[in-house]
Ligand binder design. Structure first.
Ligand SMILES: Cc1ncc(COP(=O)(O)O)c(C=O)c1O
Length: 439
C-alpha cells in the first residue's frame, strides 16, 4: 500500500473542522476510496502531483476537475500571474486586463458583444440567470445538465424526490433553498426536444431562460439544436449555454462554435484561468446591458490575477492548437479502456467527449471495483479514477504507460471477481457516488 500517513491524518482532522472535508464534492476522498486516496497535494507541475507524504504521481484523473487544461503550474500562465502579483493584483482602480479579456472573448465569439466577469462557475451561472430574468421580467427556467450549487438550480429539487438526478449529480439536497422557489426550475433531458416542448407549453409565458450545456456525452442532434433555438425565440426565453466544463476542450473558446449552437449568453469558467479563479459571462449587447438594471457587483470580480491568467491561457491554448491535442489524447484513452475491458471480459461503459472522458464498471459491486482500481493505480504511480480529463501536458508516453497499468489492474479485477475475493482485497472504502453526507 502507498504510504499516505500524513495525508490521511489531515483528512481525519479536516473532517472534524470542515463540514464535508472539502469545498468541492468532486475532491472529497470518499468519492475515490477513503483510506487510500491521498486527498491533499504539496506540489503540482505539468502532469505530476506530489502528496503530503512525498509520493509522486502522474495525474490521469480529473485534471483539477477540468481547471488545469494546460497542465499544472504552466510556466507561461505563471509568468503572467507573477508579474501581476509583483505589480499589485488589487487596488482602488480597475485592472486594464479586464477590458483586454472582454475584447478577446468577443473576438473568439463574434456573436457576443458584451462581457461580465465572475470567478466561479456556479456563481457565474447565477449571474447569467439573473440577467435573463432582469431582461425578460420573467422568473421560470427550463434547463438540462448540471449548473452548480445556487438556489435557482437546486430549486428544481424542491418538493420532488430527485428531479436533478438525471443531470450529472444525483441526491443534491435543496435544504436551505427558499420553498418559495418551488416551481421555478424545470429539467429536460439532453437531446429530448419533446420534454422541452412540454415545459414550454405549460410554462412558456413565464419562461426567462433555457439553460443547457452544449455537449457532455452524446453529440446533439441538429433537430435538437435547431429546436431549442426555435423554442427560445418563440417563447421569448434567453438561451444560456453553459461552457463551464465543455469550453476550451475541443477548440479555443466555446464548443457551441463547433456545434452550430447560437446562444444569447454563454458562460465560461474552469479551464479559462488554468487553475486561477476567473469566469466570463458573454452575450448579446441588448441582453447583457440589462445587467445594469440589476445589482450585480462584487469586490473580487475585479482582481487582476484572474484576468491575466485567462489572457495567458487563451493565447497559449490557441497558439498550440490545444483542443486538437486534448481530443487526440482523450480518444486514445477511451479506446484503451474499451480494449482492456474486452480483453479481460469486464463490462465497462465509456462516455464523454474525449477531453472529458469517463467510464463505469457495469458490474455488481461497481463501487468496490472502482475503489480497487483506484487503489491499485496509486500503487502503479497514477492518480486515476473513473474520469480522465486531458491536459496539454499529457503525452503519448503517459497514456501508454497508464494503459499498460490499466490492463494489469483490469486483469486482476477479473480474477478477483471470478474468485469472489475482490472486497477482501480492498484497503480503503468503496467509492461513494452522487451527493451524500460525509460521515
Ligand atoms: C457545466 C457546469 N456548470 C457549472 C458548474 C459549476 O462550476 P463551479 O464548480 O465552478 O461552481 C460545473 C462544475 O462542474 C459544470 O460542469
Amino acid at each position: 500500500m502507498v504510504n499516505i500517513q500524513k495525508s490521511f491524518a489531515l483528512q481525519e482532522h479536516a473532517k472534524q473542522r470542515i463540514p464535508g472535508l472539502s469545498q468541492l464534492l468532486s475532491k472529497r476522498p470518499d468519492m475515490f476510496s477513503y483510506g487510500v486516496w491521498p486527498g491533499y497535494f504539496k506540489k503540482a507541475k505539468g502532469v505530476y502531483i506530489w502528496d503530503l507524504d512525498g509520493n509522486k504521481y502522474i495525474d490521469m484523473s480529473i485534471g483539477g476537475i477540468g481547471a488545469n487544461v494546460l497542465g499544472y503550474a504552466d510556466p507561461d500562465v505563471n509568468e503572467a500571474v507573477i508579474d501581476a502579483i509583483q505589480n499589485g493584483c488589487s487596488s482602488s482602480l480597475n485592472s486594464p486586463e479586464e477590458v483586454e479579456l472582454a475584447d478577446l472573448m468577443c473576438e473568439l465569439h463574434p456573436w457576443a458583444e458584451k462581457v461580465r466577469f465572475g470567478r466561479t462557475g456556479g456563481e457565474s451561472m447565477a449571474i447569467a440567470v439573473r440577467i435573463a430574468r432582469a431582461a425578460t421580467g420573467k422568473d421560470k427556467i427550463a434547463f438540462c445538465g448540471y449548473h452548480g450549487w445556487q438556489d435557482w438550480y437546486l430549486a428544481a429539487n424542491l418538493g420532488t424526490e430527485n428531479a436533478l438526478g438525471e443531470h450529472l449529480l444525483p441526491g443534491l439536497s435543496p435544504a436551505g433553498v427558499p420553498k418559495g422557489l418551488a416551481d421555478t426550475a424545470f429539467p429536460f433531458r439532453y437531446n429530448n426536444l419533446e420534454e422541452l416542448k412540454a415545459i414550454i407549453s405549460k410554462h412558456g409565458k413565464g419562461l426567462a431562460a433555457i439553460v443547457m450545456e452544449p455537449i457532455r456525452d452524446a453529440k446533439p442532434t441538429s433537430e435538437f439544436i435547431e429546436g431549442v433555438r426555435h423554442l427560445a425565440n418563440e417563447s421569448g426565453a434567453i438561451l444560456i449555454i453553459d461552457e463551464i466544463s465543455a469550453g476550451l476542450r475541443m477548440n479555443t473558446g466555446g464548443s457551441h462554435l463547433l456545434l452550430g449552437i447560437q446562444p444569447d449568453i454563454a458562460v465560461f469558467s474552469k479551464a479559462l484561468g488554468n487553475g486561477h479563479p476567473i469566469a466570463a459571462i458573454i452575450g448579446k449587447a441588448e441582453i447583457m446591458e440589462t445587467a445594469q438594471k440589476s445589482f450585480i457587483s462584487s469586490t473580487y470580480w475585479t482582481e487582476r490575477v484572474g484576468f491575466v491568467a485567462a489572457l495567458a491561457t487563451l493565447r497559449k491554448h490557441k497558439s498550440l492548437n490545444t483542443g486538437d491535442h486534448l481530443m487526440k489524447i482523450g480518444s486514445k484513452i477511451q479506446k484503451g479502456w474499451r480494449e482492456c475491458a474486452k480483453k479481460h471480459d469486464l463490462k465497462v461503459q465509456v462516455g464523454g467527449i474525449p477531453p472529458l472522458s469517463h467510464f463505469s464498471f457495469e458490474e455488481e459491486s461497481s463501487a468496490t471495483i472502482k475503489a480497487f482500481f483506484i487503489q491499485e493505480m496509486l500503487h502503479e504511480g497514477f492518480l486515476a479514477s473513473s474520469s480522465f480529463y486531458s491536459m496539454l501536458t499529457h503525452q503519448n508516453t503517459h497514456v501508454d504507460s497508464y494503459l499498460k497499468s490499466c490492463e494489469k489492474i483490469f486483469a486482476k479485477i477479473s480474477i478477483l471477481k471470478e474468485q469472489g475475493t475482490l472486497s477482501k482485497a480492498l484497503l480503503g472504502k468503496p467509492a461513494v457516488s452522487g451527493f451524500k453526507r460525509l460521515t
